[in-house]
Design a binder for this molecule. Structure first.
Ligand SMILES: O=C(O)CCC(=O)C(=O)O
Length: 350
């Protein structure tokens, strides 16, 4: 059977893009890669058109020192990040804001009633491991689909620490920060899946230089028994001649596949720790720190919203599109424009 599905979106000032999947083979590969093929009608709002908060979580971008002061990380927090490759327990959202996002998430994750904006996801894996006893919803692109997830990427409780961490050398204490992409990592109660150990930059070498940052926001309490995120402290120094470790588990299923590529010295220093987060707290991590998490056999779900950033000036390192469904940025050119908004610039508050 030949199957052709198109996702078409037209907006003023933005070239129409069409995604076409054909043949069963492509279809299967697409499912594995989480490729999304759904029509998006003209009347669905694509929030990527808005480079300001739309008012769901935040009214306006910070414009003076008073707007950002309270969000700065302390010297001890910065030192912890430099030594370990992550810093956790940072308040990012109120409980009410988490509930608002969880409501939006429910509309994005209901297979019986797909969201009208579903075709705007860059990737959507209802279960990335494909094992029904190990379920991990993983998706990219929801900032385009719902107003709360859109505003999340601009929240100063997230972007101000990000601007302190995204570049950790040189004299400027703050950098201008651009949105790279977002992710959902959701584990249901009882049969939630694991996320195999990995370094984020292993997946991101299509952009350079490495001046990236991940912010993992707990929408629910994370504890050892519901599969809290874990880190290997100090592993942000583990490279192969400056390059990240190779990807060892595309589907995140084989927790320990990374062991095969570690050196003896790295194995000796393999001392993972949990980073238990309260609902609304964030952990900020380095693009090379090794992290992952075990499955969820507890009676509580563990849903997290992740925002990935890079420093302004990061460039494309490929001629192809950086994500499914968006136009390519020419190799060597800065990642900017509609899909990579500036979320914080210290000059806004001078
Ligand atoms: O959800 C997890 O446990 C891991 C998510 C992850 O890889 C990340 O936040 O970068």
């Amino acid at each position: 059977m030949r199957r052709v599905v198109q996702a078409v979106r037209r907006t003023a000032g933005f070239a129409q893009h069409t995604r076409t999947l054909s043949t069963n083979k492509d279809w299967t590969e697409s499912a594995v890669k989480g490729r999304v093929a759904a029509e998006v009608s003209e009347d669905v709002t694509d929030y990527s058109e808005f480079h300001q908060p739309v008012g769901r979580l935040l009214k306006q971008l910070p414009s003076k020192q008073d707007d950002i002061q309270q969000y700065r990380l302390s010297t001890e927090q910065l030192r912890f990040y430099d030594n370990n490759g992550y810093v956790g327990g940072v308040p990012a959202l109120s409980s009410q804001q988490c509930d608002m996002l969880l409501e939006e998430l429910a509309t994005l994750a209901d297979p019986s009633n797909p969201h009208p904006g579903h075709g705007l996801f860059h990737e959507y894996h209802a279960n990335q491991t494909q094992d029904p006893n190990n379920v991990l919803l993983h998706a990219l692109g929801h900032w385009r689909i719902t107003p709360g997830f859109h505003d999340l990427i601009f929240l100063p409780s997230i972007t101000v620490p990000a601007s302190q961490l995204v570049v950790r050398h040189g004299s400027a204490p703050f950098s201008a920060v651009r949105f790279w992409h977002d992710q959902l990592f959701c584990k249901p109660a009882h049969h939630g899946g694991n996320v195999a150990w990995h370094q984020d930059y292993s997946y991101w070498t299509r952009t350079r230089p490495m001046q990236h940052l991940t912010v993992h926001v707990a929408l629910e309490d994370q504890t050892a028994d519901n599969g809290a995120i874990m880190y290997v402290p100090g592993s942000h120094h583990w490279t192969r001649d400056g390059a990240p470790l190779p990807i060892t588990a595309d589907d995140f299923a084989d927790m320990d596949s990374i062991q095969a590529v570690l050196t003896e010295d790295e194995r000796r220093h393999w001392k993972p720790v949990h980073c238990c987060l309260k609902k609304g707290e964030a952990v900020f991590h380095h693009p090379l720190v090794v992290h992952g998490s075990y499955g969820n056999r507890s009676p509580r779900s563990r849903r997290a919203a992740v925002v990935n950033y890079f420093a302004d000036g990061t460039t494309a390192n490929t001629d192809g599109p950086l994500m499914d469904g968006i136009p390519a940025v020419p190799r060597g050119q800065p990642c900017a424009g509609r899909f990579f908004p500036l979320v914080f610039d210290p000059r806004w508050c001078m």
